[in-house]
Design a protein around this ligand. Sequence first.
Ligand code: 3HC
Length: 316
Amino acid sequence: MKNLHNDESFQKRIDANEHVEPRDYMPEGYRKHLIRQISQHAHSEVIGMQPEGNWITRAPSLRAKQILLAKIQDEGGHGLYLYSAAETLGVSREEMIEQLHSGKAKYSNIFNYPALNWADIGAIGWLVDGAAIVNQVSLQRTSYGPYSRAMIRICKEESFHQRQGYEIMCKMMAGTLEQKQMAQDAMNRWWWPALMMFGPHDSDSPHTGDAVKWKIKRESNDTLRQKFIDKTVQQAELIGLVIPDKDLKWNAQNGHYDHGTINWEEFFEVINGKGPCNKQRLEHHKKYHLEGEWVREAATAHKMKKIKRERHHLTH
Ligand code: 3HC
């Protein structure tokens, strides 16, 4: 327990790259910032199970079905790690779910787009998990201990997610003309929303200042977006996919790809509830959260009984 109860000594710890643990002193702003980010990260993991879940029964082979099932199961687990990390900051699961259902809390823009066919499952794994990996590898070095440890655990599984998505795209691009067209169409629909996953440009990001000061973010939105673009363009070209950006061009001077303008109007529409699937995603979550109430009650009843039994043993 670090008993340095003031913001100044807290900042010194952050500057010294120390991990902050749940019972250490932390400024209220740091705690609130983390609850916001970690709970929204957790919501994203769980809501993200929906677009892929729709394709379990329609996977083109038993192998494809097994891989997709494993991936979706992983995402549920990622959500649980992250909800648990957020709970160490004093927020309850019920509060976080209520914030999601009321629209007060966000989840990643990307999950408000429909998965129209099997090529979308490839594009989601390759592009969405690919973007998530770039972001989450960086978050492994975040200053809050429980979040960092959750990220280290999650990143071990994410690379399998990205690889299985890319494998689907490779297969389709080596397939019939129709399969090639499906893969390119999925690329065209998922590329730009994947770039938006990294958040607004640094100059338009209200949270990045604090996030960098408190080393919650170790790299900025634009830095991570650029890393993702530089890595993914080559993977696309390798299998013959065309990036749907006429302004994409290698810049030999700075060693990165220059890219076209992102449609931030679309981004803010989507994250403020007006995307193609926002309503459906939340209604689905509310429906199954309600239907699952008996499981939570049974689990907590069991836990309460266990606690009572243990207390009885201790006092008798
Ligand atoms: N989707 C929805 N909202 C977004 C967003 C996105 N892609 N990017 C930014 N926003 C929101 C922010 O939440 C903030 O709104 P708020 O104040 O209501 O929370 C506002 O836009 C301004 O954005 P900032 O850049 O200032 O906010 P942050 O500093 O929090 O940066 C972030 C945004 C980069 C997403 C950061 O929160 C972060 O790194 N979060 C953790 C990673 C994460 O949440 N990933 C979601 C995908 S998980 C996933 O893909 C699962 C994978 O396994 C498939």
